[in-house]
Design a protein around this ligand. Structure first.
Ligand code: URA
Length: 408
């Protein structure tokens, strides 16, 4: 039966609910082995999932664990999810801003996947920050301060936890159906009424082209309808890393700069303001223009940063203890010209090589390493100008500077 199902998908045929349920729940119980699941995932990546298969898989994922229901404690709960990108620290920025504007946010985040970083890894770079809150602690905190950023609770879509980890190390991340069911099952089980999806598109994202982005958007909205959730999808570019910093602790520091209003002119800031406004607009049923004004006022008045500090303190973190590696290496411009490309994928690969992400399931992350860009796309540079500083633990050799930073 197990091999029959793999063969069926390998031949491009549609699997029914019973087959998907048997296989995926078999994996969770240990009957289906890693190599068999890897094989099915690869067949899915190559041949795709039909809409019906995606809906079935989403249900199997949701049903694999608890479904949280905050409705008796909280009137409207808004959540957001990013499909992942290089230097994407939007959650760290947005969640406290939105909460400071009076919209409650419970954000259940994940770890890094592929070359893209994960919010939970970033938060763990803040010494003491507890990413493992229980349902009760989540409800108490969101009632007390209006915001939580935590790992998925132990029994929230346990199926996604194991499949996500396996996809990460078997080259089976980029399947639209798998991405849609992974994201939407977590959003549905996390109990939010309204969901904003930040769909990243580009060479540093899981989705590389507009056609696939639209397919994924359409699928997620359809899944939302089945579960009676309002879903808004915003497609954002991910050919260039977001902001200046890539790497866990470095990204937390950049997020702080944005929440404090110190970084205002990057594409990252535009994306954060846009997503935060969308969440506030949905949460308060006001226009996006009014919501944007609230975002700017909250940053300007310091309310947003107070909320960030409140969040970190509530979860036990100590911002004073964040550490960045004290060993650095500089990358300099190899000629005069204009910076026409900062290749997100190459930068993402470099950050994993430095130790900021995982290559294998059980790799340990080094929170203090990463890349700090000194220039943004379109900047004029002169030969010898500092393009980026690498925060390293060991000496690294970089042979592809010209692919990472294209100067014309
Ligand atoms: N983010 C998720 O949560 N799941 C995916 O499959 C991809 C991005």
């Amino acid at each position: 039966m197990i091999v029959d199902i793999i063969n069926k998908k390998r031949l491009g045929e549609e699997l029914d609910y019973k087959e998907l349920d048997y296989f995926f729940n078999g994996y969770l119980s240990g009957e289906v082995k890693d190599y068999q699941m890897s094989s099915l995932l690869m067949a899915i990546c190559i041949n795709g999932l039909t809409e019906e298969e995606t809906f079935c898989l989403t249900k199997i994922f949701v049903d694999s664990g608890d479904v949280l229901d905050f409705s008796k404690d909280i009137k409207v709960l808004v959540d957001k999810h990013s499909t992942g990108g290089i230097g994407d620290k939007t959650t760290l920025v947005i969640a406290p801003i939105v909460a400071s504007c009076g919209v409650k946010v419970v954000k259940m985040s994940g770890r890094g996947l592929g070359y893209t970083g994960g919010t939970i890894d970033k938060l763990e770079s803040i010494p003491g920050y507890n990413v493992n809150l229980t349902d009760k602690e989540i409800i108490k905190q969101v009632k007390d301060i209006g915001v939580v950023i935590s790992s998925q609770t132990a029994n929230l879509v346990p199926m996604d936890k194991v499949i996500y980890a396996l996809r990460d190390v078997t080259g089976t991340v980029s399947s639209i159906g798998l991405i849609a069911s992974s994201i939407m099952s977590k959003k549905i089980a996390s109990g939010a009424d309204k969901i904003v999806i930040d769909l990243k598109m580009g060479n540093g994202a899981l989705i590389n082209n507009h056609e696939d982005a639209k397919k994924l958007e359409d699928l997620m909205i359809k899944i939302g309808k089945i579960y009676n959730r309002e879903v808004s999808v915003i497609i954002n570019d991910m050919n260039t890393p977001l902001g200046y910093n890539i790497g866990n602790a470095l990204e937390v520091l950049e997020a702080i700069d944005i929440i404090q209003g110190k970084e205002t002119d990057t594409h990252l800031v535009d994306v954060c303001y846009d997503l935060a406004s969308e969440m506030i607009s949905m949460g308060k049923s006001i226009s996006k223009e009014e919501a944007l004004k609230e975002v700017k006022d909250s940053i300007g008045s310091g309310k947003a940063y107070n909320k960030f500090e409140e969040l970190v303190t509530a979860q036990g973190g100590n911002l004073d203890k964040i550490k960045i590696s004290n060993k650095t290496k500089n990358i300099r411009a190899y000629k005069n010209g204009k910076l026409t490309k900062i290749d997100a994928l190459e930068v993402g690969k470099l950050s994993v090589k430095l130790g900021a992400g995982r290559e294998k399931l059980d790799d340990k992350i080094d929170y203090g390493v990463g890349i700090k860009l000194n220039k943004q796309l379109g900047d004029k540079v002169r030969k010898g100008d500092l393009l980026a500083t690498l925060y390293v633990k060991d000496n690294v050799k970089i042979s592809n500077i010209k692919e990472m930073f294209v100067i014309n």
